[in-house]
Design a binder for this molecule. Structure first.
Ligand SMILES: Nc1ncnc2c1ncn2[C@@H]1O[C@H](COP(=O)(O)OP(=O)(O)OP(=O)(O)O)[C@@H](O)[C@H]1O
Length: 606
C-alpha cells in the first residue's frame, strides 16, 4: 500500500489558512473617537483581545495542518508551517502598533487608561484556558508601544496566572500486565489517529514491544505484574517526523517501589507507509529529541500547560520554562523562564554575578550559582581584547542572536530568549557586577528606583563552558566532548551557520553531555564565507569572511595535545577545504542535510 503523495495545500491555501485577520477597524475607530475614559478602556481591551483571538485561532490551526502535512508527506509544507508559526505572534502585535500610535498618541503615557483597560481585559478573559496567554499578548503590545522609552513592562502572568497544571488531564492510560504484548502497542499506534496507512503495523508493534521489554529489564519486571502505559493525547509533529510520548509505570510491588520509564515512539511516514522508526525510553535521549536547539514540535493538544508539565516530568533535567518553547509557545516560555529566574533568586537568596569562564569581549554574562540560566547583555562597544578589526555594533549582534532563535538550530546551537525593557531589582546583583553594568559606556542598562532596567536581556540555558569542562572532566569524558564539538560544528554548518571565531570557549557542554554553540556575535552564513585551501597564499587583502580549514585546530585553542589529536582523528574532514565547499554547494542547491535527533541504536530497523 502506498500513501498519497498529493499535496494537500497550494501555497495560496497555506497563506489563507495562516493569514491573521486585520485588526477590527470599527473598534479602532470607536476607540479613537471616544473621549470617555471608561469607554476607551473597554474598547481598548476589546481591540487587543480581538487581535489576540485572531492570532490564537491561526496558531491553533497550525498543528492540525502539520499533522495533515505529515500524513500527506508534504515536507515543503511542514517547513513553511514552522516558519509561518514563529513569526505569527510578532506580526499580530505589529499590526496593532501603528493604528494605536497614530490614532491615540497619548495612549503610551496614559497609565490610568492602561490600568483600567487591563482590568477590563482581565474580566473578559477570566475563566478562559488561554487567559495567561492573552495577558502575555497584552504585555507584549504594551512593551512594543513604549519601545522608545525606558519603561519596563512586567513579564509575569499577574492575575491571569494559572495554578500549576497536572499532566494527568492529558494522558490516556492503558492498564495491562507484563510482558507488554504487541497487541497492546498495536492498539496504541492504531489509536493515534493518523490518517495514513501503516507499512507493517503488526511488525512494528512487535519490534516496539520488544524494545520496551528490553528497556524495562533493569526495573526487575515480573511476568503478570500490573503495568500502566500513559500516552499523551497529542501528536507531536516536526520536519519529517512525528512522535507519541508518555511513560510506562510499574506499581509498588512490596519488594520494589513504584517504577516508571519515559516513552517516545518516533514515527516516520515513508513512501510505502507509516513506520515506527525508534523507541526511546531514556530521559536524556528524550531531551535530545525534544531539544530546544531543534525546530519546535507542533502539538495537536491545545493544553499547553499540561503538555509542558508532562515534558518536564519526562525530562526533569531541563527547566519547566524551556519546555514551553519546544512546543512552540515561546512567549509563554519567556514568561515562565523569567518567573523561574525570580523564584530561583527568592529560594536560594543567591546574587547574580559574572558567569564562570572567560569573560566576554562583546557580552557581559551573569548567573546565580544554582540557576539553570545565564543572562547576557551585549556591550555597546567591545573591550580592548576584541579579536576582530571591525565591530558591527550592538544591533547587528542582537540580530544574530535573534536569527539563531528563528532558525532550525540543528541540535547544535542554544536557543536565545531575548527580553526587552526588563526590570530586575538591584538587590539581585553582586556589587562588582552592578558596577560593571552601570559603568560608563553601557548605554543599554540604567538604574531606576532601586531596579536595573535592561534595554535587552538575552537568556540562555546554562552550560559548562567547554574550557572549564575539559579542565575537570575524566579523560574519556573530555575526549567525548571534543569529538562532540566536531559534530556540533558540522551541524552548525548544515544549518548554514559558521562561527568565524573558532575558539572552543564559545561552546558549552550540557547536563546530558552534548556540546552546543552559545556565542553568536561572530556567526556568519556559511554560504557567504570564502573557503581557502592550505596552500592558498596568505597576506593578500580580500574582502569578506575568509576561512582556511587548515587553521581550524589551532583556532579551537584546545591546549591538551591528546584532545587535539582526538578531534583531528574523529573529524579529519573539518580541516579540509573540500568538506566546507561541498557543504556550501549543498546549501546553495537548497539541500537540507539530515540532522539525527536520536541515537541510531534506538532505531528499530538498521
Ligand atoms: N549559555 C551559557 N552557559 C554558560 N556560560 C555561558 C553561557 N553563555 C556565556 N557564558 C559564559 O560567559 C562568557 C562570555 O559569554 P560570551 O561567549 O557569549 O561572550 P562574548 O563577549 O561574545 O565572548 P567573545 O569575547 O568570545 O566574543 C563565556 O566565556 C562563558 O564563560
Amino acid at each position: 500500500m502506498t500513501t498519497s503523495t498529493t499535496l494537500p495545500f497550494a501555497p495560496s491555501d497555506l497563506e489563507a489558512a495562516t493569514r491573521i485577520a486585520e485588526p477590527d477597524v470599527d473598534l479602532l475607530d470607536a476607540l479613537v473617537r471616544s473621549d470617555d475614559p471608561d469607554d476607551q478602556a473597554r474598547i481598548l481591551a476589546r481591540v487587543v483581545l480581538s487581535a489576540f483571538d485572531n492570532y490564537y485561532a491561526v496558531s491553533r490551526r497550525i498543528p492540525s495542518l502539520a499533522k495533515a502535512a505529515f500524513e500527506a508527506r508534504d515536507w515543503t509544507l511542514t517547513v513553511r508551517l514552522s516558519k509561518a508559526r514563529i513569526g505569527l505572534y510578532t506580526t499580530c502585535i505589529d499590526q496593532l502598533v501603528p493604528p494605536l500610535k497614530a490614532g491615540m498618541p497619548e495612549l503610551v503615557k496614559d497609565e490610568q487608561l492602561w490600568a483600567r483597560a487591563e482590568a477590563e481585559l482581565l474580566a473578559a478573559i477570566a475563566g478562559r484556558y488561554e487567559a495567561d496567554f492573552a495577558f502575555a499578548f497584552w504585555h507584549s503590545l504594551r512593551r512594543k508601544l513604549v519601545d522608545d522609552e525606558w519603561r519596563p513592562v512586567s513579564y509575569d502572568s499577574g492575575p491571569a496566572a494559572r495554578p500549576p497544571a497536572s499532566s494527568a488531564a492529558i494522558l490516556d492510560a492503558t492498564v495491562t500486565t507484563l510482558p507488554i504484548r504487541p497487541a497492546v502497542i498495536r492498539e496504541i499506534l492504531a489509536g493515534a489517529g493518523l490518517e495514513a496507512p501503516w507499512r507493517d503495523l503488526d511488525g512494528d508493534a512487535a519490534l516496539a514491544a520488544a524494545a520496551i521489554e528490553a528497556a524495562l529489564e533493569p526495573l526487575g519486571p515480573r511476568d503478570g505484574e500490573p503495568t500502566r502505559i500513559e500516552i499523551a493525547q497529542s501528536g507531536f509533529f516536526r520536519n519529517r517526523g512525528a512522535c507519541l510520548i508518555g511513560r510506562i509505570k510499574l506499581r509498588d510491588r512490596g519488594d520494589m517501589p513504584m517504577r516508571s520509564i519515559p516513552l517516545l515512539i518516533a514515527l516516520l511516514n515513508e513512501d510505502d507507509g507509516l513506520v515506527v522508526d525508534a523507541v526511546l525510553t531514556d530521559s536524556d535521549e528524550l531531551q535530545f529529541a525534544f531539544s530546544s536547539t531543534l525546530a519546535n514540535y507542533h502539538a495537536t493538544n491545545p493544553h499547553y500547560h499540561e503538555l509542558a508539565r508532562l515534558l518536564y516530568e519526562l525530562m526533569p533535567k531541563r527547566p519547566l520554562g524551556t519546555q514551553y518553547s519546544c512546543i512552540g509557545f515561546h512567549h509563554l516560555g519567556k514568561v515562565a523562564v523569567m518567573t523561574e529566574i525570580l523564584a530561583e533568586h527568592q529560594r536560594s537568596k543567591e546574587r547574580l554575578a559574572t558567569a564562570p569562564g572567560f569573560k566576554g569581549t562583546v557580552a557581559i554574562a551573569f548567573t546565580m550559582p544554582s540557576s539553570a540560566y545565564v543572562l547576557k547583555i551585549i556591550r555597546d562597544h567591545p573591550t580592548d581584547d576584541y579579536k576582530f578589526d571591525y565591530f558591527d555594533g550592538l544591533d547587528a549582534v542582537l540580530r544574530k542572536y535573534n536569527l539563531v532563535h528563528e532558525i532550525d538550530r540543528a541540535g547544535s546551537m542554544l536557543d536565545n530568549i531575548i527580553y526587552s525593557n526588563v526590570k530586575l531589582d538591584r538587590t539581585m546583583f553582586a556589587p562588582d557586577l552592578l558596577d560593571e553594568l552601570l559603568e560608563a559606556g553601557i548605554g543599554t542598562v540604567t538604574m531606576e528606583r532601586g531596579a536595573l532596567v535592561f534595554r535587552h536581556l538575552i537568556v540562555q540555558i546554562k552550560l559548562t563552558p567547554l574550557p572549564l569542562y575539559l579542565g575537570t572532566a575524566k579523560p574519556d569524558d573530555a575526549r567525548a566532548a571534543v569529538v562532540n564539538l566536531g559534530d556540533c560544528i558540522k551541524n552548525n554548518a548544515a544549518a548554514d551557520i559558521f562561527n568565524k571565531d573558532l575558539d572552543g570557549r564559545n561552546y558549552g557542554v550540557s547536563r546530558i553531555r552534548k556540546v552546543y554553540l552559545f556565542d553568536y556575535d561572530a556567526v556568519e552564513p556559511l554560504t557567504d564565507v570564502k573557503i581557502r585551501s592550505a596552500d592558498a597564499p596568505r597576506g593578500t587583502f580580500e574582502d569578506g569572511v575568509l576561512f582556511r580549514p587548515s587553521d581550524m585546530l589551532e583556532g579551537l585553542r584546545i591546549d591538551d595535545p591528546a584532545l587535539r589529536r582526538a578531534f583531528r582523528d574523529a573529524h579529519p574532514e573539518l580541516m579540509q577545504a573540500e568538506y566546507w565547499q561541498t557543504m556550501q554547494q549543498a546549501l546553495r542547491a537548497g539541500k537540507v542535510p539530515r540532522v539525527m535527533n536520536y541515537p541510531a541504536k534506538r532505531r528499530l530497523r538498521a
